[in-house]
Write a protein that binds this ligand. Structure first.
Ligand SMILES: Cc1ncc(COP(=O)(O)O)c(C=O)c1O
Length: 485
């Protein structure tokens, strides 16, 4: 342990990573210049390291990073697809990076035009009437969308509506967002085909319902076949339909939430529109609404008059601001580049290939793993490690075993209605060869589970970190390295 500390601690007294020429201007007394009281009494405790030490430290750390650019990342519900580098090139243009949000509108016409055009493109893709770019992630979009729903009902004198319905397969952020807005969450169960149980839904709807939140395809990767009927039931009691756009990658150019009857939705730009996820850069969760809800969108909205773009703050029914300025602008630029470079036919092909890849992989894997809802899937599917559990091997053990073969694990234990769930989303950017190798490894892990289960119990064996105590890590996180002396 002591040795490891010696290797980890690179700082050596007096070592420097720079050499500057001697100062050739007269030195001034800083205390006199700035005031003694704000001067440091002691030097900051910075590591004393050479340039090479720094380069090696960060290069080695970067190589511990697992990313879509290095390996297959089938993390269900996260759409970890390859982000083309042209998006980064475009977002890096000085005209975008050097602007300041406090600049006057006349000097940022290009940026405003981009937001304006992007709104038109996303409205076309989703079937919504207007879109705000302020929310910084999907969950933030949910919160914004629900605030809009609440403002809408209150404005109609129907503030008594206090229920939001969510299916039992919903992502945890859906009920959490509803509760944060002050709604009571009513859960509705799924039927044997993995869709909202229509009879159960009819049992819980009444005049107190503010809305229903739904992902389509849902978190089982299955298309909600009865969406039109669901929409009629909710609208029939005066409620609104919220679309969780996390799974839009499955339906672009094929179906639109707006046409399915949804009134409000968010988009996870960092999933479908190929920009890095939160950990690799800030995300973006724009919110779209149908005509009746436009007045409640956050301020400002970008408008165009006499061939000039401007921010419209004169929106008396708006829910206000949900984020500083106009959202994570740079992410919108990347997504804009992606949409324009793909084109309408390209986006349709994205969804078709995402669905094709998922079905190809699912068909290979169902030979080895239990498939609770055995029907064609959309862009992802959920297996169960139920068979492997008979040998005391869990979904978590399979996930950890995959790490030893160079694959990122799928999402595990979600959705919660599937026991020992392994949720796999290959995305459209993976080749047949990658899917074939992944399927072979999954088959091999299933064999190991039967023949030598102990080998999987303490995997991963070849990763920089072995199996962690995840509960302890979440409860008592140590977020920085501490030199214990
Ligand atoms: C179905 C679903 N809804 C909502 C979210 C939340 O989105 P975000 O992570 O962008 O906040 C996710 C995230 O994975 C999701 O899968």
């Amino acid at each position: 342990m002591k040795d490891r500390k010696l290797i980890f601690e690179l700082s050596r007294e007096g070592r420097r990573g720079y050499s500057l020429p001697k100062c050739d201007v007269p030195e001034r007394d800083l205390g006199e210049l700035l005031g003694e009281d704000i001067l440091r009494k002691e030097d900051p405790r910075l590591p004393e390291v050479s340039e090479l030490d720094v380069i090696r430290h960060y290069t080695n750390l970067s190589q511990l990073n697992y990313s879509v650019d290095t390996q297959f990342y089938p993390l269900g519900s996260c759409t970890m697809k390859y982000n083309p580098k042209i998006n980064e090139d475009v977002a890096k243009l000085e005209g975008f990076t050097d602007v300041h949000p406090y600049q006057s509108e006349e000097t940022v016409q290009g940026c405003l035009e981009l937001l304006y055009n992007m709104e038109t493109l996303l409205s076309e893709i989703t079937g919504m009437s207007r879109i705000s770019f302020q929310p910084a992630a999907g969950a933030h979009g949910e919160l914004t969308g629900l605030m809009i729903i609440k403002a809408y009902h209150e404005n109609r004198g129907e503030g008594h509506r206090h229920k939001i319905i969510v299916p039992d397969s919903a992502h945890g952020t859906n009920p959490a967002s509803a509760m944060m807005v002050g709604y009571d969450v009513v859960e509705v169960q799924s039927d044997e085909r993995g869709c909202v149980d229509i009879e159960a839904l009819k049992d819980v709807v009444d005049e107190d319902v503010a809305g229903l939140m739904l992902t389509n395809p849902n978190t089982l990767g299955l298309f909600e076949e009865n969406i039109i009927q669901i929409s009629e039931i909710i609208h029939g009691v005066g409620g609104l339909l919220y679309y969780d756009g996390a799974n839009l990658n499955a339906i672009m150019g094929m179906a639109r939430p707006g046409d399915m009857g949804f009134d409000v939705m968010h988009l996870n730009i960092h999933k479908t529109f190929s920009t890095p996820h939160g950990g690799g850069g800030p995300g973006s969760g724009p919110v779209g609404v149908k005509e009746d809800l436009i007045p409640f969108l956050p301020v400002p909205m970008v408008e165009k008059k006499d061939n000039k773009y401007y921010f419209d703050y004169d929106r008396p029914l708006s829910i206000g601001k949900v984020k500083t300025f106009y959202g994570n602008f740079n992410v919108i630029v990347k997504a804009y580049a992606y949409i324009l470079s793909m084109g309408a036919e390209g986006l349709k092909a994205v969804s078709q290939n995402a669905v094709l890849n998922a079905n190809y992989l699912m068909t290979m894997l169902k030979e080895y793993y239990d498939l609770p809802y055995d029907r064609y899937c959309m862009h992802e599917f959920v297996l169960s490690a139920k068979k492997q559990k008979n040998f005391d091997v869990s979904a978590m053990d399979i996930a950890k075993g995959l790490i030893d073969y160079g694959f990122h694990p799928p999402t595990v234990y979600f959705p919660m209605i599937v026991k020992e769930a392994l949720m796999i989303e290959p995305t459209e950017t993976e080749s047949k060869e990658t899917l074939d190798i992944f399927a072979r490894v999954m088959a091999k892990l299933s064999k190991i589970a039967e023949e030598a289960p102990h080998k999987l119990k303490d995997s991963p064996h070849r990763a920089p970190m072995r199996r962690l105590d995840e509960t302890r890590a979440a409860r008592y996180p140590i977020l920085r390295w501490e030199n214990e002396g």
